[in-house]
Design a protein around this ligand. Sequence first.
Ligand code: DAH
Length: 431
Amino acid sequence: MVVVTRNFHLVKLIPSLSHTSRHFSVKSTYHPGDQITVGGRQYPADHMTNITPHILSHLGKNLHLQQYHPLCHILDRIVKYMYSRYLTPRGNPLFSVHSQLHPVVTTQQNFDSLLIPKDHVSRKKSDNFYVNEEQLLRAHTSAHQCELMRMGFDNFLVIGDVYRRDEIDSSHYPVFHQVEGVRLLTKSDVYGKQQDMKEYELFTPEGPPTHHPHVINILKADLKDCLQGLATTLFGRDVEMRWVDAYFPFTHPSWELEVKLNDQWTEMLGCGIIQHQVLLNADVEERVGWAFGLGLERWAMKLYQIPDIRVFWSTDPGFLSQFAFDDPATNVNFKVVSKHTPCINDISFWLPSVSSYEAADFYDIVRSIGGNLVEQVYLVDQFTHPHTSRTSHCYRIVYRHMDRILTQEEVNRVHSRIEQETTTALGVTIR
Ligand code: DAH
């Protein structure tokens, strides 16, 4: 059987993959007059309300805006790429970036404005988090296309958390982050100012407005070149890519870009030429355009080889410290974080008075003695004595084993060997 799924795709339905909602305990009855607070705003609840406290706890986290978060690094690279590719005549970035739009949208925004039929499966209560009959947590960033176009934006990116009632496993989590790109063009943007405008139209002259074939070709070339460029910017010049025809109600024609990584083809984004009716829904006339949508987690998982989508919500320093760098294009060889709790020991010492001390030498000692037991080591404090002018450093060492629980005694033995070696090799005095 072929159905249009909640992902807004046309795919074969495999019965064994259909969803269950067993992970969600839903407050089953909301009475008329009940209120629900979502993202700091109050809404009337009703029979459709199915947002759980667990889901509410994710609102406002904005992982994509958190400094040093992997999703923030990827977003940074995507935005920089779009900024540099499309410039105004004065040399400024053409695209505007909207990354803090409130996640509650209307069914009109999430579905109707995008031509998603009334009986479409993607509207099901079992697939979405409804605030009430008329509002829901956005299921995709496409929900903001129309409002931004209506406000007059022609080239924009929308970034936000999106919510779907998925099962939770290593590649599904009910909250993830999408980037939406929209580019609208006027006739002169499409054909260039020199052309005789009479010959070059945006729409075919007869029948309901249909894009002129030239328009489709010009937009398609720009769209595909843009997105292939994005993929090579992130995954490197040699990455293998292919285009696959797709179906979305709001674009036609539509495509997906697949990228071959570790010998496996993976769908990285959906895109297409915006249906004329979508523009009319936003009161935009005399323009044509393209749009794309991509999931930041998917890109991050492929780029950093992160095996589990749940890890993005981790506040464990063993995860976050792997991304603590300023250049978002830094290569990361991601190491899976141990499930076991860490043992944390500090070490404080006075530096030798004739200072030949280098922190890098200390780190080498920690690594060579601690080996794989050391997950992290970093400076937590330094202090210069006002009278003696001696300087002391305090470092924190996080010990954690990938496969087993470490005992404090075992850690203490390693720690004191580190203290001894630091004293003899670097001439420091343990405090
Ligand atoms: N909103 C789609 C989804 O979440 C992705 C998408 C596809 C966005 C095509 C677009 C587009 O803007 O043109 O599955």
